[in-house]
Design a protein around this ligand. Structure first.
Ligand SMILES: *Cc1c(COP(=O)(O)O)cnc(C)c1O
Length: 472
């Protein structure tokens, strides 16, 4: 077992490995090519009885684990969504692990609670969210959305379901668009509303919510005795980064007394650019808002920033006070265990503090603006290439397209684009994922990695065009 002297030695060695990794990250195949079960079969069936030397463990880390890793921090990673890490974030994460503090209440680490409160204020400053909101760090947007819907449920029923459980007569309805993230449906299921009561509103041509549909759906539900409870607006949908019209949604919500939750998991980071503030027009009427600093704000997973208009409703929904958690400071400080689902909490504000200070607003704006510019460059390439087709507008950093040689039928197009994607990903040079838009197999080109630059994007585009010609 490591002692302090050994820890010092290997910590230096590990940090050297980390710096080498980032320096050489482009040499790794972006997407892991291992087969199911391959890693599992290389691991012994039982843990060792006697401790093993760190040398062996680190050797196996390189030889067994690394081949099974997909390199999300690679500047050639254009799949799914960005899951940014960065140098200052990693440094803070090492310190967090070293302190190993449980930050469930103020008293269990006052600095963690107070830094978290301040960091949430910094984020409100940076993003233009109303400074009258209160913020708390959640593990994921999924958890934040569930937290929001539970709070809506309790506020509407005057905390009756928390006390007595469902009576069986509630007929709540939750509204979101067809393009909403799967976490909304998960939250609706877990909160006890029933999946059938999630109404998925039609979208317009640009894949944003059709608010006429929303209004009609609410009216229809009312006429049948349902209780419209909440609407979830998405800023930056997962497939195409479509932006729901928040102002119109909040107007309708106000008219019918609905709770409004905003899921801006990815696109919230773009609010640090003044030119993207249009997305939160109507924000004063919003009850809760979430965005993931762990996506596009250079802070490694997990770090979801969750903001609420009425913190009393949130706390009343989640508060517990067993004898062993009673403190003398309760009520005068933020005890974040009452601001969400989990009791135990990591010290997540530290990495955000390191990142926001070390990057500074200007640098973060520069990088995000550059990602968006590069996405627009790819959009233009697609539009100007007769063999390629743009399949959705590009309001942010994600380009949805397909290879489309003329005279090819839909079925063949779906097939050759699947083949193109597989071939690109097998090359190890780049990594893309897909979606389906109106039944069309769509390749998504997402640009948002911390260290992605124009050269990476240009190289990716030429890889796409070259491979497409070989395929089709
Ligand atoms: C990524 C994403 C989520 C899920 O985020 P988690 O933090 O992984 O739960 C939800 N909604 C949108 C729009 C997303 O982009």
């Amino acid at each position: 077992m490591l002692d302090n002297k050994g820890f010092r030695k290997f910590a230096h060695q590990v940090v050297d490995w980390m710096a080498d990794y980032y320096e050489n990250i482009e040499k790794y195949p972006v997407k892991s090519g291992v087969k199911p079960g391959e890693i599992f079969s290389l691991l012994p069936d039982a843990p060792p009885v006697q401790g093993e030397p760190m040398e062996n463990i680190l050797k196996d880390f390189e030889e067994i684990i690394i081949p099974g890793i997909t390199h999300w921090q690679s500047p050639d990673f254009f799949a799914y969504f960005p899951a940014n890490s960065s140098y200052p974030s990693v440094l803070a994460e090492m310190l967090t692990a070293t302190l190993g503090a449980q930050c469930m209440v103020w008293e269990t680490s006052p600095a963690a609670a107070e830094l978290e409160e301040k960091m949430m204020q910094w984020l409100m400053h940076l993003t233009g969210l109303p400074t009258s909101f209160d913020g708390v760090i959640q593990d994921t947007a999924s958890t934040a959305t569930l937290t929001s819907l539970l709070t809506a449920r309790e506020q509407y029923t005057r905390f009756a379901i928390n006390d007595k459980g469902f009576s069986g007569t509630e007929k709540f309805r939750i509204y979101a668009s067809e393009e909403t993230h799967s976490s909304i449906e998960k939250a609706v299921k877990i909160a006890g509303f029933g999946k059938e009561n999630l109404v998925k509103c039609a979208v317009k041509e640009d894949f944003s919510m059709d608010t006429d549909f929303l209004k009609e759906a609410i009216r229809y539900d009312l006429s049948r005795g349902y209780r419209p409870l909440a609407v979830v607006a998405t800023l930056g949908t997962t497939s195409t980064t479509a932006i729901d019209p928040l102002k119109e949604i909040t107007k309708i919500a106000k008219e019918y007394g609905l709770w409004v939750h905003v899921d801006a998991a990815l696109a919230g980071s773009a609010l640090i650019l003044p030119e993207y503030r249009f997305m939160i027009e109507g924000i004063e009427e919003v009850d809760t808002f979430v965005f993931n600093a762990h996506k596009w704000l250079f802070t490694n997973f997990d770090c979801s920033a969750y903001f609420v208009k009425n913190k009393e409703a949130l706390i009343r929904t989640f508060e517990i006070l067993p004898e062993y958690l009673k403190t003398r400071t309760h009520g005068r400080v933020n005890d974040y265990r009452d601001w969400g689902i989990q009791l135990g909490r990591r010290f997540r504000a530290l990495k955000l503090w390191f990142v926001l200070r070390n990057f500074g607003k200007q640098k973060m704006q520069e990088i995000i603006r550059e990602h968006i510019r590069l996405a627009q460059m790819i959009r233009q390439n697609v539009e100007e290439s007769p063999d390629f087709e743009l399949l959705a507008p590009v309001p942010l950093n994600t380009v949805c397209f397909r290879y489309h040689p003329s005279g090819t039928d839909e079925e063949t197009l779906n097939k050759i684009n699947q083949q193109l994607l597989d071939k690109l990903n097998r090359s190890g040079k780049i990594y893309f994922t897909h979606t389906r838009l109106h039944g069309k197999f769509t390749i998504r080109f997402m640009i948002g990695q911390t260290y992605t630059r124009e050269e990476h994007v240009r190289k990716a585009w030429s890889e796409i065009t070259r491979t497409a010609r070989e395929t089709g």
